[in-house]
Write a protein of this length. Structure first.
Length: 366
């Protein structure tokens, strides 16, 4: 028999609104709680209990199922044919008799069990919702708020909004950056791991994905898919190299990223505290790509070397050798990471001089 219970369903609606938990999820948890309560009170198994909750009708049913037998061995799960036919004459051995239950018939222990499971289910639901919220934002930018700063370790606790909080470790912060409590900061969500205590969110300010997402938000041509970021390499706080390509031959991918009078790239450089950004044109021709990736240095020749590892020898004008290598080898390292090639840079004359040793950059230099 269906029992109207407006208060019950009003409570469900309130929980959905206040906690943000879907009503369907709550209903399934409450069904499971009632099944456990009935099992405990009537000493039956799962398949002896049926719970049906209908929010549209504003009613729920709880029923006990017992097997109809000639001779009863377990009165909790079985009923005699004689007793069953007192309820309905058409009952036969082998069928199951349905006995509607009233929630008032549940004992105190059963009611407490239901409450406990519902509370547990609500906590689990909130954690799952929080995890889903954060997992949907994996590999995206999040604007977070600084909650606290550990002066000794340098770790920063950030409020991520609905996703809870996360720690930005010192090694994921850009060198030289400073933060204050209450400050808003953009972070890149590297990974989200679901745990019993909710989502464990790994965030970063040094990940190349941070710069990539910033350009996707700043450059409409990237956002709509006309311009594609093919590769990106970064040494946070110092320099980023990014290779871009356009599906539309009429759209200059480099110019689109730089913007009129450098407006687009300057905004990102400012957000990154002055980090230099080299934007180059990606090419299917690996020789052209490597030449462009060594920018701002000019390249005379690129020779791909035989072997299983991707390696090449790059010749540059003598006066551009230092520029090609970069400060402490930075330009060569970023070029290697961007292209995926180990790069041996040599001067055009073949002479390195007394203080300019040969420089080879490897892709695994990170």
């Amino acid at each position: 028999m269906a029992t109207a219970n407006n208060e019950f369903f009003e409570a469900l609606a309130a929980l959905e609104k206040e906690r943000g938990l879907p009503a369907d999820y709550l209903i399934e948890k409450i069904k499971a709680a009632i099944v456990i309560a009935v099992k405990k009170d009537y000493e039956v198994e799962d398949d002896n209990v049926v719970v049906d909750i209908d929010p549209e009708l504003g009613a729920f049913r709880a029923s006990l199922l017992r097997d109809i037998v000639e001779e009863v061995e377990n009165p909790h799960t079985q009923v005699s044919l004689e007793d069953a036919q007192k309820i309905r004459k058409s009952y036969k051995v082998g069928q199951r008799m349905v006995t509607p239950l009233k929630t008032k018939e549940f004992g105190r222990i059963a009611a407490q069990t239901a409450k406990h499971v519902i509370r547990q289910g609500l906590r689990e639901g909130e954690r799952n919702l929080q995890c889903s919220e954060m997992q949907s934002r994996a590999h995206e930018l999040i604007t977070a708020t600084v909650v606290s700063i550990d002066p000794e370790r340098g770790n920063i606790v950030l409020d991520l909004g609905k996703g809870g909080s996360a720690v930005l470790p010192r090694n994921e912060q850009v060198p030289g950056e400073t933060f204050t409590e209450g400050q808003t900061v953009q972070v890149y969500v590297v990974d989200v791991l679901a745990t019993d205590r909710g989502p464990r969110v790994t965030i970063s300010r040094t990940h190349p994905g941070l710069v990539k997402r910033m350009f996707e938000l700043e450059v409409p041509e990237i956002y709509d898919g006309t311009v594609e970021i093919k590769a990106i390499a970064r040494e946070a706080g110092a320099r980023t190299k990014m290779a871009v390509w356009s599906k539309n031959p009429d759209v200059d991918p480099v110019g689109a990223c730089i913007g009129a009078h450098g407006s687009r790239v300057e905004k990102i450089v400012e957000e990154l505290g002055g980090e230099k950004i080299d934007i180059i044109r990606w090419s299917e021709d690996i020789n052209e790509f490597i030449s462009a990736a060594l920018s701002p240095a000019k390249v005379v020749k690129v020779e791909l070397l035989p072997g299983e590892t991707k390696s090449c020898r790059v010749t540059v004008p003598d006066h551009q050798l230092s520029l090609a290598i970069g400060n402490k080898g930075q330009n060569a390292r970023l070029c290697a990471r961007l292209t995926g090639y180990n790069i041996d840079i040599r001067p055009e004359s073949g002479y390195y001089g007394e203080e300019e040793p040969k420089k080879e950059a490897e892709t695994d230099a990170e």
